[in-house]
Design a protein around this ligand. Structure first.
Ligand code: TMP
Length: 212
């Protein structure tokens, strides 16, 4: 059975990680082999990079940040994503290259061409077959982050950026979707888990069917 690479993107609190888990179960029920992973942190090396780059106590220089995400991705693509796709598995990744375009490009302000070069180097040209962007307002994202921190969840370094930063990230994701309408689809993530899940299936089913 042919494999597919599906990525989940969006600003924090968009519910993408929950949706990824639901989709993985759904695909397994249909008899597919599925690998779930994430960036940063999809490999043992990546887990260590994740701890460093998201450490709220660390003063990470923006260029160091860009390169750390790229290092995580280079390892992830070569050690996990490509081998899994080559063995016919579905790979579902919680974030991938579009996150660098949105967060380091639009969020931090690195030039588009530089970000594109770094992304191309790290991915070796591997782009997802399908990308779902879970969209919600920055206000709702903040509200959900607040709820999580009241429940005791730790905030990471990027969670504490201001609303203007998250607005630039959200707008960049929407621009990516507009520029690549075949690969990238926007899902309205402000509703219930079930409502969001039915939108996910609407985009994923044709992708599965195309692969037999
Ligand atoms: P997560 O909380 O969704 O796992 O994402 C971790 C954080 O890392 C999130 O704030 C977005 C950020 N990030 C980037 O800034 N650039 C990247 O390339 C990736 C993959 C994540």
């Amino acid at each position: 059975m042919a494999a597919a690479f599906i990525t989940f993107e969006g600003i924090d609190g968009s519910g993408k990680s929950t949706q990824l888990r639901i989709l993985a179960s759904e695909l397994r029920l249909r008899g597919h082999e599925v690998v779930t992973t994430r960036e940063p942190g999809g490999t043992p090396l990546g887990t260590r990079v994740r701890d460093l780059v998201l450490d709220a106590e660390e003063q990470v220089d923006p260029l160091a940040e860009l390169l750390l995400y790229a290092a995580d991705r280079a390892q992830h693509v070569r050690k996990l994503v490509r081998p899994a796709l080559e063995s016919g598995r579905f790979v579902l990744s919680d974030r991938y290259a579009d996150a660098t375009v949105a967060y380091q490009g639009a969020g931090r302000g690195f030039p588009e061409e530089l970000v594109a070069e770094v992304v191309a180097l790290a991915t070796g040209g591997l782009m997802p077959d399908l990308t779902l962007i879970f969209d919600l307002t920055v206000e709702e994202s903040r509200r959900r982050a607040e709820q999580r921190s009241q429940k005791g969840d730790k905030q990471d370094r990027l969670d504490s950026e201001d609303a203007a930063f998250h607005t630039r990230v959200r707008d960049a994701y929407l621009r990516i979707a507009a520029a690549e309408p075949t690969r990238v689809h926007v899902i309205e993530a402000g509703g219930s888990v079930q409502e969001t899940q039915s939108q996910v299936m609407k985009f994923v089913l044709p992708c599965i069917e195309a692969r037999g």
